[in-house]
Design a binder for this molecule. Structure first.
Ligand code: NAD
Length: 260
C-alpha cells in the first residue's frame, strides 16, 4: 500500500529524520531527503538510498527559516517525484536559557524552524494532497509540546504550537483522506541533545555517559534514550491504512514522562 508513495522528511540528514528515512525506504517509499548539509553530501546521501533500497530519492538543502525556500522545496518535490504523499515535519533546533535572558535571534529561529516551517510546508503541500484524496502529515513535536521544562521557553512554545496546528489541520482535512498527527517523543539519542549533556558533564565534572543518564532520568521514568528508528517505526505505522482513523492526535512516546 505504501510502496512507491513519496515521503518528504524535513531534517532527514541527521537523527530522527535520517532514521525515519531508512524505515520508510525499507518499505519501498520514495524519498525527498532534506537538511542543512552541502549539495555534494546530500546528493551522496540520496545516491546511497537509491543503491541500498532501489527507491527513487532526491535531496534539497532549503533553509526552513526562509518561506520562499520552503515553497521551492515542495514545488521541486512534487514536480520531480510526482507527488508528496507523506509529509514529515521533523527538522528542529534547540537552545536552552532562561526566558529572561533568552536571545531574540534564538527565539525567532526556533519559532521559524520548529513551528512556522511546518505551517508553510503544509500550506504548500496540501492542495496536491487534497486533489489526490490521500495524505499523511506527521509533525515531530516533543513531550515539550505537552508539558514545560525550565530554560525551554522557545522550544516549548514552538512545540505546543505545533500540537495546536496539528489539531486544526486534522479538522480541516478530516473528509479528505488526509490524517494529521503529532508525535511527542521523550529523550531520543541524537546530536540535538548533545549540548545539554555536555553542559551537565561540565557542571558536575562527570563523563558524557553519566551526564546522559542523569539527563534522561531527571524527568523520564523509563531510564533510557529512545533510538531514532523507534520514532521512524511509529511514523510508518501512522502512514499505514490501519492508522487511517488516528488524526488530530498528539501521541506521546515518552517513557511515561507525561504519565506523572
Ligand atoms: P538533529 O539535530 O539530529 O537533526 C535536525 C535536522 O534538522 C538536521 O537534518 C538539520 O539539518 C535540520 N535543520 C536544522 N535547522 C534547519 C534549518 N534552518 N533548515 C533546514 N533544516 C534544518 O535533531 P533530532 O533530535 O533528530 O530532531 C528532530 C526533531 O525531533 C526535532 O524537531 C526535535 O525537536 C524533535 N525531538 C527530538 C528529541 C530528542 O531527544 N532528540 C525529542 C523530542 C523531539
Amino acid at each position: 500500500m505504501l510502496k512507491e508513495k513519496v515521503a518528504l522528511i524535513t531534517g532527514s540528514t541527521s537523527g530522527i529524520g535520517l532514521a525515519t528515512a531508512h524505515v520508510l525506504a525499507q518499505q519501498g517509499i520514495n524519498l525527498v531527503l532534506h537538511g542543512l548539509v552541502s549539495a555534494t553530501e546530500g546528493q551522496a546521501l540520496a545516491n546511497d538510498f537509491i543503491a541500498q533500497y532501489g527507491i527513487n530519492a532526491i535531496f534539497d538543502d532549503a533553509d526552513l527559516q526562509d518561506v520562499a525556500s520552503i515553497e521551492r522545496l515542495i514545488t521541486k518535490a512534487i514536480s520531480t517525484m510526482g507527488s508528496v504523499d507523506i509529509l514529515v515535519n521533523n527538522a528542529g533546533i534547540q537552545h536552552t536559557q532562561s526566558a529572561e535572558s533568552f536571545p531574540l535571534e534564538k527565539w525567532n529561529a526556533i519559532i521559524a524552524i520548529n513551528l512556522s516551517a511546518a505551517f508553510h510546508a503544509i500550506q504548500f503541500a496540501l492542495p496536491a494532497m487534497k486533489r489526490q484524496g490521500w495524505g499523511r502529515i506527521i509533525n515531530v513535536a516533543s513531550v515539550h509540546g505537552l508539558v514545560g521544562s525550565v530554560n525551554k521557553s522557545a522550544y516549548c512554545a514552538a512545540k505546543h504550537g505545533l500540537v495546536g496546528l496539528t489539531k486544526v489541520l486534522a479538522l480541516e482535512c478530516a473528509e479528505q483522506g488526509i490524517t494529521v498527527n503529532a508525535i511527542c517523543p521523550g529523550w531520543v539519542d541524537t546530536p540535538l541533545i548533545n549540548d545539554q549533556i555536555s553542559a551537565i558533564a561540565k557542571q558536575q565534572d562527570s563523563s558524557f555517559e553519566q551526564a546522559k543518564y542523569q539527563l534522561v532520568t531527571a524527568k523520564q521514568p523509563l531510564p533510557e534514550m529512545m533510538a531514532p528508528a523507534q520514532i521512524g517505526e511509529f511514523i510508518l505505522f501512522l502512514c499505514s491504512d490501519s492508522a487511517k482513523s488516528i488524526t488530530g492526535a498528539a501521541l506521546p512516546m515518552d517513557g511515561a514522562w507525561t504519565a506523572q
